[in-house]
Design a binder for this molecule. Structure first.
Ligand SMILES: NC(=O)c1ccc[n+]([C@@H]2O[C@H](COP(=O)([O-])OP(=O)(O)OC[C@H]3O[C@@H](n4cnc5c(N)ncnc54)[C@H](O)[C@@H]3O)[C@@H](O)[C@H]2O)c1
Length: 335
């Protein structure tokens, strides 16, 4: 069996909870090579998951045994790291949001075209069992045409998630995060709606604001901590969405799809992750699995899918082009 080495740029929370354990568990992955500009973080993860560290990003690029790289750096670095990794002949799994601007995102896509290597973006919502089941039901057209939708993604905020564990987090800085909760949580649901509806959001009316979060000096943060929006798709479906870093109770990760013959409710109920309510009164409940939350980290399936795309020389399931389309919606929300 062909086994490959992978590199990871950025050894913070997403690497610790998802990329490193999922690469470790993947049978095609031989060695994980960790790089962070804070070397202690790379060392800690190499000790926890096995593998080695390098002290410069060039060492990852110049290592011919490294076939693929996860770009888990903060948002403002993706267009530098992912572009360079692709141009150095590596397949890339880039964290979301793809970049901090459309111009920079296009630069990554150009590098992908030039290199011919795979570029996948970590829009992991598509992979959860309830979302997969919803996609299956919608593809079979069991509920008739999709009319409207409602989606929400909110939790207590990234200052307790990121490796810094402080209000000085880059997630709160305009130059580093760019898009606040919109690019952090919102982009996941935009990608999910595009995927489930096989459609594209083309018109948006949105409000956003920094309502409650404060930075390390007690000032309101520079990016939005809440977004509410109304949207219209190319196929004429209408929907609403809320994205929040200030849901100070349990996380909300729910979506509802309203169709001609009934409703699909996803992640509204902890035990029945997908519930179908038919117009005639029939209710079908599916027990699938609980969605990953910040406190419940299960395998996302993204790493396996990325590795599979490399091994089988196939286009990844989430392409750079799709991620760029979702980023454009985020830009509309913030404009
Ligand atoms: N897919 C998801 O569900 C999901 C969830 C959380 C975060 N993310 C994304 O993952 C990325 C990282 O987020 P995180 O939560 O791990 O943040 P984090 O703050 O916990 O960790 C980021 C790490 O990257 C390092 N880093 C930043 N820029 C670097 C660079 N240019 N070179 C080397 N190291 C660099 C930092 O030193 C830090 O250790 C972000 O883009 C974020 O949006 C995705």
């Amino acid at each position: 069996m062909k086994r490959i080495n992978v590199g990871i740029i950025g050894c913070g929370s997403i690497t610790k909870f998802r990329h490193a354990p999922e690469y470790k568990a993947n049978p095609y992955v031989d060695e994980i090579v960790f790089y962070d500009r804070n070397p202690e973080r790379a060392k800690a993860l190499a000790e926890e998951f096995g593998g080695r560290t390098v002290t410069s990003v060039e060492e990852l690029y110049n290592d011919p045994t490294i076939v693929a790289i996860s770009d888990c750096s903060s948002n403002e670095s993706h267009h530098i790291n992912s572009t360079n990794a692709l141009l150095n002949g590596k397949h890339v799994l880039c964290e979301k949001p793809l970049s901090v601007s459309i111009k920079y995102a296009e630069k990554i896509l150009e590098a992908q075209q030039k290199s011919g290597k795979n570029l996948m973006v970590d829009h992991n919502q598509r992979f959860t069992k309830a979302h997969q089941k919803a996609k299956e039901l919608l593809e079979k057209n069991e509920l008739g045409e999709i009319l409207t939708f409602k989606t929400s993604f909110g939790h207590q905020g990234p200052e307790s998630w990121g490796v810094d564990k402080s209000n000085a987090t880059w997630f709160f800085k305009k130059e580093r995060s760019h898009s606040g909760v919109a690019g952090d949580l919102g982009i996941h649901k935009i990608d999910l709606i595009h995927y489930l509806l096989d459609d594209e959001i083309e018109d948006v009316h949105a409000f956003h604001g920094a309502l409650d979060k404060v930075d390390e000096n007690g000032n309101p943060i520079e990016v939005c901590d809440n977004v509410v929006c109304a949207m219209k798709t190319k196929k004429g479906r209408l929907g609403t969405a809320s994205f929040s870093w200030t849901y100070y109770g349990s996380e909300d990760n729910s979506t509802t799809i309203y169709c001609q013959k009934g409703i699909i409710k996803i992640y509204h109920h902890p035990d029945d992750q997908l519930i179908v309510e038919m117009k005639d009164g029939e209710v079908i409940k599916y027990q699938l699995e609980q969605i990953q939350t910040n406190d419940n980290q299960t395998s996302t399936g993204v790493i396996d899918s990325f590795i599979e795309s490399i091994i089988n020389d196939q286009e990844p399931i989430v392409t750079g082009k799709e991620a760029l389309t979702s980023l454009k919606v985020i830009e509309k929300i913030l404009s």
